[in-house]
Design a protein around this ligand. Structure first.
Ligand code: MN3
Length: 201
C-alpha cells in the first residue's frame, strides 16, 4: 500500500556528469529518494486519513499529525518533496544563465547575479551537518535561507525557488569532503528555465 511514488528522473542518470556523476545520481535517486518515499508511505499507512493530502499539504501541516507519525512526515515527506524538486532544479542543458525576470529580481535583491551566487554559496557552505540551502520567495521578495535535515521552506510559509542538497550523500562519491567544490560545480547544472517559470507564474 502506498500512495506516493518515486518520480522518474527527468533525464538520464549520466546527464549531469561530470558535475554530478552517474553513480551519485543512481544512489541519490534510486536509493535515498526511494527510501523517503517508502517511509512516507509507511507513515500514511499508519494513519490513512493523511492519504488524501497532497505532499504540499503534508509539508505545511505535519505538525497537526498524530505524534507517532509527525517526525516521519516531517523527515520523509520533506525528503520526498525536496528531492522531487531538486531533480527539476537541475538540467543537462549545462551552463545556463538566469533569464530575464530572474535576473532582474536577483539584481533588485542582491545587486547582481555574481553577488547572489556568492551569498547563496556561502550559505550552502555553512549549513552544519545535513540540510539544504534555498532561494525562496518571502512575501513576494527573493531571500536566502537554509533548512536542517529535510525541512522545506514551505513549512515556514516561504516558496522554494531554487535549492541545493548539501547532505554528504549528494556529493561525497564525487567530491569527498569538498562541499565547496560541489557547490561551485553545481552552478553548471542549475536549471534557470525552471527558476524563471517559478518566478513568472
Ligand atoms: Mn539528498
Amino acid at each position: 500500500m502506498g500512495k506516493f511514488e518515486l518520480p522518474a528522473l527527468p533525464y538520464a542518470y549520466s546527464a549531469l556528469a561530470p558535475h554530478i556523476s552517474e553513480q551519485t545520481m543512481k544512489l541519490h535517486h534510486d536509493k535515498h529518494h526511494q527510501a523517503y518515499v517508502d517511509n512516507l508511505n509507511k507513515a500514511i499507512d499508519m494513519h490513512p486519513e493523511w492519504a488524501s493530502k497532497s505532499i504540499e499539504e503534508i509539508i505545511k501541516t505535519y505538525n497537526m499529525a498524530p505524534d507517532d507519525i509527525k517526525t516521519m512526515l516531517r523527515n520523509h515527506g520533506g525528503g520526498h518533496y525536496n528531492h522531487s524538486m531538486f531533480w527539476n532544479m537541475m538540467s543537462p542543458k549545462t551552463g545556463q544563465s538566469p533569464l530575464e525576470t530572474t535576473k532582474s529580481m536577483i539584481s533588485a535583491q542582491f545587486g547582481d547575479v555574481d553577488t547572489f551566487k556568492k551569498q547563496f554559496g556561502d550559505g550552502a557552505t555553512k549549513v552544519f551537518g545535513s540540510g539544504w540551502q534555498w532561494l525562496v520567495l518571502d512575501n513576494g521578495k527573493l531571500a536566502l535561507m537554509s533548512t536542517p535535515n529535510q525541512d522545506n521552506p514551505l513549512t515556514q510559509g516561504k516558496v522554494p525557488i531554487l535549492g541545493i542538497d548539501v547532505w554528504e550523500h549528494a556529493y561525497y562519491v564525487d567530491y569527498q569532503n569538498r562541499r565547496a567544490d560541489y557547490i561551485a560545480s553545481w552552478w553548471n547544472v542549475v536549471n534557470w528555465e525552471y527558476v524563471e517559470k517559478m518566478l513568472i507564474k
